[in-house]
Design a protein around this ligand. Structure first.
Ligand code: ATP
Ligand code: MG
Length: 589
């Protein structure tokens, strides 16, 4: 494939676009790969589309090789389909909805679990028709609260989404086997795209265990936080990351090392937030207890954390063995909680179902905490003194309910320490279990003619994020340095003032490259060499060939790798160029 610059659209920019916060966004705009239409909506211009297409082809090949079969579903779907699984509510404002001319409400699909489950439920009746693993490469819509970073978090984007269907979890044809195959296919896809990535445990579905993994490209601009043990045997995202054992005690050592001060009430008006209260009281937030009022089917739940720590709602749910959410503020106030000034001692006056205390907060020391009175805090809160025997009853439970932080002990309990890193999630594999088959009544008859809910898995990849993540981790001050397999073109030819003979030599060279299956962008603009070289560096194709009177005098072109220093440019004879390009960049016929 040969493309001449003069015949395509590559609107490179000299200046950095002001709206771009991260390198990939800036470079994708500057090198003319994409153009923003509106917040979170991007046109893939010819260069960007070629790269995206290459990533998609790699995904398609590996999915096919792993036994998944391609299909295609509509992006527009009746809202009832979402209402049936409760996802119209669960997705909330992220779901794009629209009303058609007949007054029917529809959604633009953020993913396709419902659509595919509906299709299979209508045509699969027997266990003999399973397992099945189907995928599509199609546009998704999500009204993200903060579309940003270009195609990394956009509101319309292409996704490869695969869904698998099984009668069992274990054994041949079971969910676990397909999950493993998809996991391995993902590794091959990201390897082939030239990405350096990590797999991390993510929040698991109803099946539990390590039933979900995210594929993360580690880079400082990533939106996700992941934690890795310095022993190299554990990695998880912040939602999932467990923390190793931490010692705790409500009771002071005997004899006490310091004497507890009296409980002292302090007036703390107009100080929204723990940091301001701490500054006012001249302490650090880690000296404070944070008591969050949550609600559950069983009643109120108090979650108590150290002031500098963040609640992990998933962990709180696990600790309570039930659905828990942060309480509605008005309802909590109506029930008598001094929201914003709550202390664990409130459990002495308002009945709560449970007090769950993080181990770091379950320490015997003098704490500052709310006074259960608006605009007041207390100093010298002592667990044993303030709660007494309540601490020993069934209401109180000490459990890991906070997000991990850098330096925490690894859950492997082997002396490892968790270290925080930032990452871009490029793919996700997930054991769904029976969530959708149950909601949509998708059953099959097993070998004993018994009706069974179908077990599902789902597997997503964002090709746009592959490009952006590749750029985030492969660029320099001059521009992008593409991994060859997803570069818009393998070779970027810069022409310098060619006469008639030179143009003929160029045509022969291009014919040779084309015959070898190498894709080439030819900068045939009547520009000076300087700006052309600048654009070549910006666009970042792996190989730059320069052809002009000087090189042609030697019957050669100047050959330079994008990733190599300027001085490394060398002259290569015209008839040896194609082989050299194949040798360096791979591919071809
Ligand atoms: P995130 O947590 O980053 O919002 P997600 O968990 O919502 O991602 P999934 O629903 O698992 O993502 O979607 C599968 C894949 O689709 C992701 O791994 C990612 O590569 C891609 N993706 C998700 N949301 C977006 C988006 N707004 N823009 C571009 N790609 C996206
Ligand atoms: Mg999301």
């Amino acid at each position: 494939m040969i493309t001449r610059w003069s015949q395509t659209l590559i609107p490179t920019l000299r200046q950095d676009p002001s709206e771009a916060e991260v390198p990939s966004h800036r470079l994708m705009l500057r090198s003319g790969l994409i153009r923003q239409l509106a917040a979170g909506l991007y046109t893939y211009l010819p260069l960007g589309w070629r790269s995206l297409h290459k990533a998609i082809e790699i995904i398609r090949q590996e999915m096919n090789a792993a036994g998944s079969v391609e299909m295609f579903m509509p992006a527009l779907e009746p809202i009832e389909l979402f209402a049936g699984t409760g996802r119209d509510v669960a997705y909330g404002d992220d779901l794009f909805t629209l009303t058609d001319r007949r007054g029917h409400r529809n959604a633009l699909a953020p993913t396709h679990e419902e659509v595919i489950t509906e299709a299979l439920a209508a045509s699969v009746e027997s266990h003999r028709q399973l397992p099945l693993n189907l995928y599509q490469i199609q546009t998704k819509f999500r009204d993200e609260p903060r579309p940003r970073f270009g195609v990394l978090r956009s509101r319309e984007f292409i996704m490869k989404d695969a869904y698998s269907f099984h009668v069992t979890v274990d054994g041949p044809g079971g969910l676990d086997a397909t999950y493993e195959r998809m996991y391995q296919a993902y590794c091959r896809i990201f390897d082939r795209c030239g990405l350096t990535y990590e797999t991390v445990e993510a929040e698991s579905g109803p099946i539990g265990g390590s039933a979900s993994h995210e594929f993360m490209v580690i880079c400082s601009t990533g939106e996700d936080t992941v934690y890795k043990s310095d022993k190299g045997n554990y990695a998880a995202n912040v939602e999932k990351c467990e923390i190793g054992p931490r010692a705790w005690s409500f009771d002071p050592p005997d004899p006490p090392t310091e004497s507890a001060g009296d409980l002292e009430t302090v007036h703390t008006p107009d100080l929204p937030g723990i940091d301001l209260v701490a500054a006012f009281l001249k302490i650090t937030p880690d000296r404070m207890l944070k008591t969050l009022v949550c609600s559950s089917d069983n009643g109120w739940i108090l979650a108590v954390l150290r002031g500098d720590h963040d609640l992990n709602l998933g962990k709180l749910k696990t600790a309570c063995e039930s659905a828990v959410q942060l309480a509605d503020e008005k309802a909590a106030r109506d029930a008598g909680f001094a929201v914003g000034f709550v202390s664990p001692a409130v459990a002495k006056t308002i009945t709560v179902a449970r007090i769950v205390i993080d181990p770091d907060a379950a320490q015997s020391r003098d704490w500052v905490t709310g006074a259960d009175r608006i605009d007041y805090h207390v100093r010298n809160f002592q667990w044993r003194r303030e709660l007494g025997e309540l601490l020993d009853g069934d209401t109180v439970r000490v459990a890991d309910i906070r997000n991990a932080i850098d330096g925490d002990p690894s859950p492997r309990d082997d002396g490892g320490v968790l270290r925080a890193e930032r990452g871009i999630e490029v793919g996700h594999v997930f054991k769904l279990g029976t969530k959708y088959s149950e909601a949509m009544g998708f059953t099959v008859l097993d070998e004993n003619q018994k009706s069974r809910l179908v077990i599902m898995g789902c597997y997503g990849i964002g090709p746009g994020r592959i490009l952006a993540a590749a750029i985030e981790t492969n660029h320099d001050d001059d521009g992008i340095i593409w991994p060859a397999p997803i570069a818009p073109y393998t070779v970027h030819v810069v022409t310098i003032k060619l006469d008639e003979a030179g143009s003929k030599a160029l045509d022969t060279l291009l014919a040779n490259l084309d015959a070898a299956g190498i894709d080439v962008l030819v900068d045939d603009r009547p520009e000076r060499p300087g700006p052309k070289f600048k654009d070549a560096d910006l666009i970042g194709c792996p190989i730059r060939l320069t052809i002009g009177a000087k090189s042609l005098a030697e019957n050669a072109v100047e050959f330079k790798l994008r990733c190599a220093a300027r001085e490394s440019a060398e002259l290569i004879k015209l008839d040896a160029v194609a082989d050299r390009c194949l040798e360096v960049a791979g591919g071809g016929r």
